[in-house]
Design a protein around this ligand. Sequence first.
Ligand code: SF4
Length: 254
Amino acid sequence: MLTPLAPPALEHLTPHDLVTYFRCPHEMELQRSHRPHVAGLATAPIRTPADVVPLHRSPLFAPPVGRLTVNEGRLDVGTSDRLVYEDPGEDDLPVVFPPEQIRLDARFQPPRTTLVDPAWGLAGRPDWVVERSGGALVPVEYKATHLFVGYHEAHGRLFDTVQAVAECRLVEAVFGRRPPYGIVLYGDQAGDGAHEGWVEVPYGDAEERWLKVALDQVRADGVRAPVPAERNCAPCEPNAAGLCRYAAARPRRD
Ligand code: SF4
């Protein structure tokens, strides 16, 4: 009698991988292939073929954005809100919660701080997870930038929306409660907070469907083509490391 074959393991992806793929699939491939090398592990083979045809845009379609809400000013943290998770790898997060409102979940303390969703092959670390006064759990991603810089550009904050949707799924998988929305918090550090604010990214059936299809699409992509364009290539880390043959711009030196 034949033994049934086990299904192939899902390629492990992170919210950051999705964001990078949304900009340039080849950048994601280069990052994933060289990250293990940096950690002293074997380098994974790059699947992009030598005769690849560069693309004008990433094949990943945009997440739903029709229900986003944009809010100017300080994030409305109430006295009943609790901080239940914080990424210990981020040391530039602002202080928003007083000590009495910090109740970090003991399951996600070092060294096990990464949230893992085995069913969807997703793993990552939101900056925070907040339990709001009504009991809803909400992931928060902090960006040091001005609330409206880049907001209306063609790609702009769509990247942040991708990340927020993926983090909502992670929180649902790990904490067992579906977040109604994720938050992207913009601190405007350069402007001393003058233009800080936050965006609520709803997490409903449409966003969940988008994420599932996006993960399947990334995994099924055997090419991971480059998308050479100045806006992509100037800030690209693999480009700064001299890894990309298709770069359309010199790396930006910050
Ligand atoms: S340099 Fe440009 S084309 Fe190459 S991986 Fe980076 S973003 Fe993609």
